[in-house]
Design a protein around this ligand. Sequence first.
Ligand code: BGC
Length: 772
Amino acid sequence: MKIQVALYAAVQAGLVFSQTTNGTETPSEVPYYGLSPPVYPSPASNGSSSTQWSAAYKRAKALVAQMTLEEKTNLTRGVTGSCIGTTGSVERLGIRSLCLSDAPDGIRGQEFVSSFPAGIHVAATFDPDLMYKYGVALGEEYHAKGINVALGPVAGPLGRIARGGRNWEGLSNDPYLAGIGMGAITTGIQERGVIATAKHWLLNEQEFRRTNTDAGEAMSSNADDRTLHELYAFPFMNALRAGAGAVLCGYNRANQSYACQNSKLLNGVLKTELGFEGFVVSDWAGQHSGVASANAGLDLVMPDGGYWGDNLTQAVTNGSVSADRLDDMATRILASFHLLDQEYSYPLPSIYTNAQKHFAVDAQSFDHAELIHQIGAAGTVLVKNVNNTLPFKKPRYLAVYGYDATVKASPWDNYLRFGGGYEVNFGWSTLNGTMITGGGSGSNTPSYVIDPFMAVSQRIAQDKGTLRWDFWSENPSPAFVNAEHCLVFINAYASESFDRTSLKDAFSDNLVNNVAANCSSTIVVIHNAGIRVVDEWIDNPNVTAVIFAGLPGQETGRSIVSVLYGEINPSGRLPFTVAKAESDYGTLLNSTVSSDYFPSINFTEGVFTDYRAFDREGIEPQFAFGYGLSYTTFEYADLTASLLGTAAGASAGNSIPDSSVAIVQGGHPDLWDTLAVVTCTVSNTGALDGAEVVQLYVSIPAEDTPVRQLRGFQRVGPLAPGEGRRAVFELTRRDLSVWDVVAQQWRLPRGEFGLFVGASSRDFRVNGTITI
Ligand code: BGC
């Protein structure tokens, strides 16, 4: 009987049992791939999450009550304008069009805007405060340009596969790190009055056949219910909790149903379980049906009406879509607009194509250049530094090699490569020059670039030194044998619309080895749009220092010079695992390739991606998740761990949140209660000032759970030599829970939780436990 009840609940939850199920397995043991159960009707929202949402809904509802059917459908219909997307307006009621634009790392295709570091670079800072400031700065620029809706931040792709083309747009494949970033960036953007859009919802993990083509339908990412919650929806929860006004549904299919017409994901997980009050916008041409997408919970289609427009009016007239559903769509769009108070003096869009003669509004007058420099340096990860090669001690003679040291490609290069198929150019791309961000719609258009060569030249000039360079040869000759150090700049490019075919390239690897053959202090700087393996030369004794410099944005040269010369002591950490060999990523290396008409990707690894997989398989990484060096050393001591009173309440009864408490945006409010506090001291035991990224990993006492998962981090410092400080981590109920597929809730397991505090996912300095 018990099993039958469990089975019934599991089937309701969308769990699919294989034919071989023998009735004794628990649902979490049974693989579930590829069915998206129907969840109807679409829940109409009413703003009960907060007083702000409630006030916004009051205003939105009052407007919708005055609108005709056509006016409502018009609001949900994206039109082509100067913005990447524009909503319909209702002039009679003073309802303006909303302007939606890319990118998550800066406004693309415009003048007098900044090129910020990409998401993955921001994650490498492991600094929530910088993540927040990044959001604020983006918000300031979007606001100045009159863009109502910023198309970011990104938590999907999360980074399931190492070679994913868009992993760099998001923060990290670790859902906790990505989640903290999603929350902080959303808060920052929205504090400046701009609607943030968490994207791409959900399971949008590869570019190969990401959408429908002549070959057939889009890939279906098939994930079991627990994985869906614990990995992929997890970081979106933080953005929702921070009040995100919009969510963008992806191109892919998820459990066999297109993301923009997937009632389980939109009506179910997003709007019911996570209480989302804002609007769902389709990815561009990501809508695949009219009535089905409306009923499944899509609220706004982009671009150009998709299957809606007059068809939606007709569908409501003939009852295929209810009038209430349409009211809810229009209300949600207007509620987000009002949540951000955009009706009061929000600037009109100032977005132009380059061919138009125009007056360009200045979004560059904020001092974002310095913030970009700081984030650029803070997200720079030093992984090898033999004999204290770095920081430089005023070298007088340096040699610079490699195509990545200088600007070559024009910001329009990508536009040309993509055949001009987009309204607005695709921004910065750098197959042949220094790389400051990746390619595709997540790219940005720098107003200028301080490239590494420029910045190094300036420093050498100050020191009255000599610089030699060769940017383009694979085997530079002559070797400048008197140089004290040789800097080799290489990159690893990735872009929307294709997945990577390798995590290294022969030209760059040869270049490093060729330089190192003649230079006993070769320093490699990699600008990497995701993972880059270094097996071809990492053990070369002449390679004395290696830096993962990420995607730092327009101040790239300033950031790297600050780190090389020690003005900023590196504290950046890898937001992914760097394997010894590409094959170590196993099935999570490549995108799934299929010529089926209905192709599928089965997420058979469940929650075991990246370091979770390396830990389970016992694979030694080259550089572990969370790894990064400093020019000083730190000592950890005195771990304390205490349970708060909330923990007893949370573990009472069946250890799931009280179902009588109303859901608010972000999910059950109790999930965000702090249950435990962990602290430890960190002291600078070296000779230089520096900040340390202290990480807390937790082992949750539940079956099929990763051995350790990141559940806290803090960038402590800068600390002066001898100075110590306490790092404090608050563990929320969600941080300690697992998704229970039968209860359809987060369950707090009882037992002993292991606490591991240290400098990476493989370097623990103080340990402890809590028992719940
Ligand atoms: C991308 C989105 C982007 C949109 C508008 C799509 O191709 O997937 O991330 O916001 O285009 O440019």
